[in-house]
Ligand binder design. Structure first.
Ligand code: MN
Length: 129
């Protein structure tokens, strides 16, 4: 079965690039365009991983991560924030909000799927079993 990834992203170009890369590797990518839609979609489809933009309409990425973590059914799902390279504070804020980790934008298409795969691996630190 394909691993389903929910990508919460308001920017079309970012979405199409990441979706293209992940789809080519066999992932099924579902989109939400703002934080509220992301929280609702996550509860509806229980994705294997959530990719989270930080600058989003309605709720920003930090608030979205906190909302996602309030749902016990979603507690085990890795949330990977896409943070701006220039904004060092984003990374700490993303982790404090409940994100599992982060990938800096702009993404590197050559290493991106390996970075995602690391969050899906059973050897990921903090995951049991
Ligand atoms: Mn954005």
């Amino acid at each position: 079965m394909k691993d389903r990834i929910l990508y919460i992203e308001d920017n079309d170009q970012n979405f199409y690039l990441v979706s293209f890369i992940l789809s080519a590797k066999g992932y099924e990518v579902t989109r939400a365009r703002d934080g509220r839609e992301g929280v609702d979609r996550a509860a509806a489809i229980a994705p294997r991983l959530i990719l989270l933009d930080i600058q989003l309409p309605v709720m920003d990425g930090y608030e979205t991560a906190r909302e996602l973590r309030k749902n016990p059914a979603l507690a085990e799902i890795p949330i990977v924030a896409l943070t701006s390279y220039a904004m060092a504070g984003d990374r700490e804020k993303a982790l404090a909000a409940g994100c599992t980790g982060y990938i800096e934008k702009p993404i590197n298409p050559k290493t991106f799927t390996d970075q995602i795969g690391a969050y899906l691996s059973p050897e990921q630190p903090g995951r049991s079993g």
